[in-house]
Every structure is written in C-alpha cells, then in structure tokens.
Design a protein around this ligand. Structure first.
Ligand SMILES: [Fe+2]
Length: 170
C-alpha cells in the first residue's frame, strides 16, 4: 500500500489502519451506488416514476458518500482505489441480479444491499473511534445517517408489521 508523507499529525500507524478500512468501505460504497443506478434504469410497473426518481436520489446520496470516503483516504496520505477492478476485488456487498424488473424485486434487492452497507458503515464508525481517527468516524457517521434514511425510503414500499409478542403468545 502506498502512503504519502503528510503534515497531518495523525501517526503513520493510525493513517495506514484507517486507509485500509476506508478502501474496503469505498469498494462497498461504489458497488451499492452502481446497484442503485441499475434499479433506477430497469425498474418497471405501475410505480415506475416514483421508484425511478427515488432510486436516482439514493444513487446521488451514495455518490456523496463515495466522494467523502475517497477524499478521506487521500487526506490521510493514501491513494483512493476506485476502479472497477478494485471494487470487484474488495466489495463485501451482496450481488445485484441483472434480470430483476418489478418494483417488488428491486425494492427487495436494493434494500438488502443498503442494509448490508448500513451495517458495515456502522461498524466502521466504531473501528475509526478505536483507531483514534475522529474525522473518519464523523464521515462514516454522516454516511450512516444518510444510508439509514435511504433504507427507510426504499424499504417502506414493502414493510409489514412485526407480529407483536401478545399475538405470538396467543
Ligand atoms: Fe437517469
């Protein structure tokens, strides 16, 4: 891994630890961002225009996160690795089937990926705090807030109430 010298006062050890975490999350972020465009382009059905627009907004929010993560890597002296090869090698996100078409299918697939991304981003907040990099933790917190919001926006199309404990006991 190439790490540039910098006047940033975080130690080389902290920087290299955080760069490696940020690279992993960058691959996840780009992967889910591309998946949201896949949904935006290909969704079909009676809800087309609402979902077409929503998926594009989700894409734009994910893209903001991609930029925050990539630029944090460079601030720490790293090289942001955002090529398709790097994403293919590193992404931990679920795949996005190419044959999906209905609103239900895209809502299910994209909400699954957003939830997976939300989970690793939430873990990254704690990992950055442990590594004493408050700014990377703050970046991941900002992304986490946005991903949780978009998970709600997408998932609300298919959410059913949980069975309450009284009903289960009956
Ligand atoms: Fe478009």
């Amino acid at each position: 891994m190439i790490i540039y010298d910098t006047k940033n006062d975080l130690s080389a050890h902290i920087r290299s630890e955080c760069i490696s975490l940020l690279q992993d999350r960058l691959a996840d972020a780009i992967d889910v961002m591309l998946q949201s465009k896949q949904a935006h382009w290909n969704v079909k059905g009676i809800n087309f225009i609402a979902l077409h627009k929503l998926f594009d907004r989700v894409h734009d929010d994910l893209e903001d996160g991609v930029d925050l993560i990539a630029e944090r890597i460079v601030q720490l002296g790293g090289v942001a690795e955002g090529t398709s090869d790097a994403v293919f090698e590193r992404s931990s996100m679920p795949g996005y089937p190419l044959q999906l078409s209905t609103a239900v299918e895209h809502v299910e697939a994209l909400s699954t990926s957003l939830a997976a991304y939300a989970q690793v981003v939430r873990q990254a907040i704690d990992q950055c705090i442990k590594s004493n990099d408050a700014n990377s933790a703050d970046i991941f917190t900002e992304i986490s807030r946005s991903v949780d919001k978009n998970l709600w926006m997408v998932e609300a199309h298919s959410q059913a109430p949980l069975i309450s404990s009284e009903e289960q006991a009956a």
